[in-house]
Design a protein around this ligand. Structure first.
Ligand code: C5P
Length: 231
């Protein structure tokens, strides 16, 4: 079973080291734009040297050639997972995969469908996508699958639908995870670790519920136990 992925949404590398120090096990962590853009590729080396696996969450979205070349660059880093926005289109996703593999990287490549901070009403009003959010997510997931990607980022609510359409081995990486009493913040489509597991998520991503807790190690272990409690 995969470990919950901890979103290291910090500004400085010192905050990351302080956060990681008390853990007595290797983790799967997510490095997003906030951290990567302010600290650069060296921080990937530092985190890898501590033995942790890395999901580099930069959500690339540009013309196919630009994304291909950028992925070639990211593939030189020792990362285990990275991503693009499915909204960039199937040609862009194919190019991203080509760039990543040309670098020799074996990292999983996944595509963001609809952000977990996007509601159906927002999608319809702002993106002018006149369908249900589930339909839009399934459409993006199918495009990612056809392009040869390893999976998608979506909310846990859609994991069973994606499994039904694209199979169990297609990765469902799901942020927006909250325990019952946690603050929701800017997320909209949230779920508990137990629900995510039951509904077929292959990975959960947890940020503030762990990083902002007064006892992060204890909170991580509680979330991990909840995630692993469902067979
Ligand atoms: O603090 P929280 O648990 O809400 O953090 C979720 C993390 O997952 C953030 O780093 C956010 O950028 C990321 N994410 C997301 N929704 C997506 C893709 C990534 O919340 N669709």
């Amino acid at each position: 079973m995969t470990k919950p992925i901890i979103a290291l949404d910090f500004k400085h590398m010192t905050e990351v080291t302080d956060f990681l120090k008390p853990f007595d096990e290797t983790l799967f962590v997510k490095v997003g734009m906030e951290l990567y853009l302010q600290n650069g590729p060296d921080l990937i080396k530092e985190i890898r040297a501590m033995g942790h696996d890395i999901f580099l969450d930069l959500k690339l979205h540009d013309i196919p050639n630009t994304v291909k070349q950028a992925m070639y660059g990211l593939g030189q880093l020792d990362i285990q997972m990275t991503n693009v926005h499915a909204a960039g289109g199937s040609t862009m996703m194919t190019a991203a995969l080509e760039g990543l593999r040309a670098s020799g990287s074996k990292a999983s490549l996944i595509a963001v469908t609809q952000l977990t901070s996007t509601s159906e009403i927002m999608m319809q009003k702002e993106q002018l996508i006149q369908t249900t959010i589930n339909h839009s997510i399934l459409n993006y997931a199918a495009l990612a699958h056809e392009a040869g990607l390893d999976g998608v980022v979506s909310s846990a609510n859609e994991s069973s639908l994606i499994t039904e359409q694209l199979g169990e081995s297609f990765l469902k990486v799901t942020p927006g995870i909250r325990m019952g009493t946690d603050a929701v913040g800017d997320q909209v489509r949230i779920a508990t670790p137990e629900f995510a597991r039951q509904n077929g998520s292959t990975h959960i991503v947890v940020g503030r519920s762990i990083t902002q807790d007064t006892a992060p190690v204890k909170k991580y272990k509680t979330i991990r136990k909840a995630w692993e409690s469902i067979c």
